[in-house]
Ligand binder design. Structure first.
Ligand SMILES: *[C@@H]1O[C@H](CO)[C@@H](O)[C@H](O)[C@H]1NC(C)=O
Ligand SMILES: *[C@@H]1O[C@H](CO)[C@@H](O)[C@H](O)[C@H]1NC(C)=O
Ligand SMILES: *[C@@H]1O[C@H](CO)[C@@H](O)[C@H](O)[C@H]1NC(C)=O
Ligand SMILES: *[C@@H]1O[C@H](CO)[C@@H](O)[C@H](O)[C@H]1NC(C)=O
Ligand SMILES: *[C@@H]1O[C@H](CO)[C@@H](O)[C@H](O)[C@H]1NC(C)=O
Ligand SMILES: *[C@@H]1O[C@H](CO)[C@@H](O)[C@H](O)[C@H]1NC(C)=O
Length: 448
């Protein structure tokens, strides 16, 4: 920069005797400018190169990753869960499974981790647990980083759909005339990184530049910074406490999955109880939990009938809450049971045999038709499931691209990207100005 100023000033004061040297200045400046910028470019290029070879790149999909740690204990059908609700549900579930299971050569058990779903992924990879149930937003991570494979997916009891929709719910009176009006409002999310409550709507808002991408703080995920800057307050609990936003949660200081506003129903409750202006949750939730719905809970403050709530569509219009199949930010596969890719096929077959019986078992259906479960594991009101043997990419569908887009927003080292591109374009712009000035000066000089 100093060189540039020097160049400019000497050019301004330049005498005709310097004429021949002048025409070289712009080129010299371009070279010097870029040389000075090289160290700035370096981390960026490194980052981009890393992103290209990172397992998130689509090429990684074609060949399934090899398990680094093999070996599960097939004699023990252990389910890994990450919340107290899911542990209670799991324990009730395995009692039913034991009564159905004809094989006595394995035990059924449940194990709870306190460190979130990633800890479950790790336990399965290490052979310390056999199964866990993951949200659409977590399936990719489980596959990509922990070599887990999907074997069974849940279907909605409500509409039989193997996918669920990510919607934005507002109070009918609070329907924005444009999505840009959501800025400064309070948001409620099922959880950080969850499909319907985070990945689908936040990627949509970022992709469409409704929510600006904020990358100021190098030690914070960009999507979190962007949400914090766009919304006044939010509740998006993460099992990794460092990633949670809890300014609009029920208990702001606690910030964990025991919060009332966690998960699908919790995000809607956050809106109902006026801790938020928009709730990002699953499409079936408002009808089920609003007044008169089959899961309506009278302990919720200020609960109103479904007509009191509206869905915000991507085109900024609003629709009734039962229109979630046409008014949504995208869909995700049902919660999916995943296992180690090292698990023997015969065990998977035995498992499907037991589960196929379970989904028609009255006690099992009753257990999973209730509203009791929360979190990213077993979903409320979902008792049906069926075997899945396709690829992870097929399972995720368009959610796969959404996950890659959000990964890109998060890994893009925008600080160095924008500053180096700004500085380099600054260099070029200044050089061009200088060049034009030179031509002008020269022609004037030649004419006189
Ligand atoms: C199965 O795993 C659970 C949890 O890891 C453990 O508590 C239990 O003892 C195991 N049972 C058998 C028979 O290995
Ligand atoms: C950046 O993020 C970290 C982690 O969330 C936080 O501790 C720190 O205060 C933030 N820095 C600024 C300047 O906001
Ligand atoms: C961006 O690059 C700088 C310099 O290499 C690094 O310190 C910082 O952690 C990076 N930020 C992110 C979000 O990767
Ligand atoms: C916006 O999208 C909704 C849902 O897809 C649709 O019903 C409505 O007609 C659309 N409105 C406009 C103005 O395009
Ligand atoms: C997957 O399931 C389909 C339909 O049930 C079946 O035809 C196919 O053979 C299965 N593929 C594998 C690899 O098991
Ligand atoms: C680079 O330029 C863009 C657009 O002109 C601006 O939004 C951004 O803040 C700039 N970045 C830096 C680091 O100055």
């Amino acid at each position: 920069m100093a060189l540039l100023l020097l160049a400019l000033s000497s050019a301004m004061m330049g005498s005709p005797s310097l004429y021949t040297g002048f025409s070289l200045w712009p080129f010299l400046i371009i070279i010097l400018c870029h040389l000075l910028l090289l160290p700035l470019f370096h981390p960026l290029q490194h980052k981009l190169a890393a992103a290209q070879t990172s397992p998130s790149s689509p090429s990684a999909l074609s060949s399934p990753p090899a398990a680094s740690i093999a070996g599960t204990k097939p004699q023990n059908w252990t389910w890994c869960v990450d919340s107290a609700d899911n542990l209670a549900l799991c324990q009730q579930m395995i009692k039913i499974l034991v009564s159905i299971d004809p094989n006595t050569d394995h035990a059924h058990s449940c194990v709870r981790t306190l460190e979130g779903d990633e800890a479950c992924m790790e336990m399965i990879r290490n052979g310390e647990a056999m199964f866990s149930v993951f949200d659409g937003g977590e399936i990719w991570e489980a596959y990509n980083l922990y070599n887990l494979i999907p074997i069974r997916t849940q279907h909605s009891d409500i509409d039989g759909s193997p996918r669920y929709y990510g919607v934005g719910v507002v109070r009918a009176g609070g329907c924005p005339s444009s999505l840009f009006q959501l800025r400064g409002k309070r948001s409620c999310h099922t959880g950080y990184g969850r499909a319907s409550g985070w990945t689908l709507p936040i990627t949509f808002l970022l992709n469409n530049k409704i929510m600006p991408l904020i990358t100021k703080n190098a030690s914070k995920m960009h999507d979190i910074q962007s949400v914090e800057a766009f919304f006044k307050k939010s509740c998006a609990i993460s099992e990794e406490s460092s990633n949670g936003i809890c300014t609009s949660c029920k208990i702001t200081s606690q910030c964990n999955d025991d919060d009332r506003y966690y998960s699908y129903a919790g995000a809607f409750r956050c809106l109902v109880e006026d801790s938020g202006d928009i709730a990002f949750t699953k499409g079936t939730i408002p009808s089920l939990f609003a007044e008169g719905g089959i899961f309506a809970d009278t302990s919720w403050e200020n609960l109103q009938p479904p007509s009191h709530y509206k869905l915000v569509c991507p085109n900024s219009s609003c629709a009734d809450v039962d229109q979630y199949k046409s008014c949504n930010f995208g869909s995700a596969p049902g919660h999916t049971i995943m296992v180690s890719n090292q698990l023997d096929k015969s065990h998977i077959e035995a498992f499907h045999n037991v589960m196929d019986d379970a989904v028609t078992n009255a006690a099992y259906v009753k257990l999973f038709s209730s509203a009791s479960s929360s979190g990213s594991g077993f979903a409320s009101g979902v008792s049906r499931s069926s075997a899945y043997n396709g690829t992870v990419q097929e399972l995720l569908g368009h959610l796969y691209q959404t996950i890659l887009d959000l990964d890109h927003f998060n890994s893009l080292n925008s600080t160095s990207l924008s500053s180096s591109s700004n500085s380099s374009s600054l260099c070029t712009a200044l050089s061009i100005v200088l060049l034009w000035w030179m031509i002008f000066f020269n022609s004037k000089f030649l004419c006189t």
